[in-house]
Write a protein that binds this ligand. Structure first.
Ligand code: ZN
Length: 287
């Protein structure tokens, strides 16, 4: 043990300046943004692995080990953080914590105009899925760039240049989505899990949530949803791999609609958002 400690202290000064920053984030889209801004100067890792559910995630022992030597954690407000971030901070008191939501106005989760669902206290929670609006990602990108330049001033010029490139790409994404959705008559869509609230708010759409208090709806509520879907001529229902598609399939069958699996937590951020816009436009065009 003594010898290991000696090696550890001996190695650190030699490595300084050459070692990339180790940045942990909660979800994969954040990892994409940190990698874009950090380039070769950072190693970014999302705790929630592909297909895993950020509502119930538990970090693996090897992640906990890597967190002990990480430089920065960027939280975003997904539910597992509540249970884990205090423990992670206790295991690594040096770890800097940053909140991706800084400067962003949060909206409540699953705003729904049907009075029937408003008795549920969970619906007044802030919605953590801020990355589904590219213009909010621009704000997050500034937060990331500032933090990286603080931790590693030697590469501040690179971080600034990468931020400019990412910002331009996010503006292009926003323009493409607006163009795709221009003139769209049916601006309502259904989702199992309400991950697309910021996307909907940004582009004048309305997301109608199927899950009820985070679970499958009961049969009475399912009937209400089917009636609403018919009344509002909903054509497409989004599901994501982290949640059941059973209720979505039942609604789709009843209304003769389509179920589309799109993962809001995918690392391939730009393609994912373009696909949401494309599916909404294409579904409307086919009616
Ligand atoms: Zn979620």
């Amino acid at each position: 043990m003594k010898r290991l400690l000696y090696l550890f202290f001996f190695f650190i000064p030699l490595a300084q300046g050459a070692e990339p920053l180790h940045i942990f984030v909660s979800v994969l889209p954040q990892q994409t943004f940190v990698e874009r801004i950090g380039g070769s100067h950072v190693i970014a890792e999302a705790l929630v692995k592909p297909g895993a559910n950020p509502h119930t995630y538990e970090p693996t022992p090897s992640q906990i080990t890597r967190l002990a030597s990480a430089d920065l954690y960027i939280r975003i407000g997904v539910p597992f953080e509540t249970a884990w971030l205090a423990r992670i901070q206790a295991a690594n008191p040096q770890l800097k914590m940053l909140d991706a939501r800084d400067g962003i106005a949060l909206q409540p989760l699953a705003a729904h105009d049907d009075a029937e669902v408003h008795h549920d206290a969970a619906h007044s929670e802030p919605d953590p899925h801020i990355w589904t609006n590219p213009l909010l990602v621009k704000q997050m990108a500034v937060t990331i760039e500032t933090a990286l330049a603080d931790l590693d001033p030697a590469h501040a010029a690179d971080y600034r240049a990468n931020l400019a490139a990412l910002t331009a790409e996010l503006d292009a994404l926003d323009r493409d989505i607006r163009a795709e959705l221009a003139g769209l008559q049916q601006r309502r869509f259904m989702v199992f899990h309400p991950a697309w609230g910021y996307f909907a708010a940004a582009y004048g759409l309305e997301q109608i949530t199927i899950e009820h208090a985070g679970k499958e709806p009961n049969s009475r509520y399912l009937v209400t949803l089917i009636e609403q879907a018919r009344r509002e001529a909903v054509q497409v229902i989004f599901v994501q791999p982290q949640f059941s598609r059973k209720a979505a399939a039942q609604v789709a069958q009843a209304i003769d609609g389509t179920v589309e699996s799109i993962d809001p937590l995918a690392a391939d951020y730009f393609a994912t958002l373009r696909r949401v816009a494309h599916v909404l436009a294409a579904t409307a065009a086919n009616q």
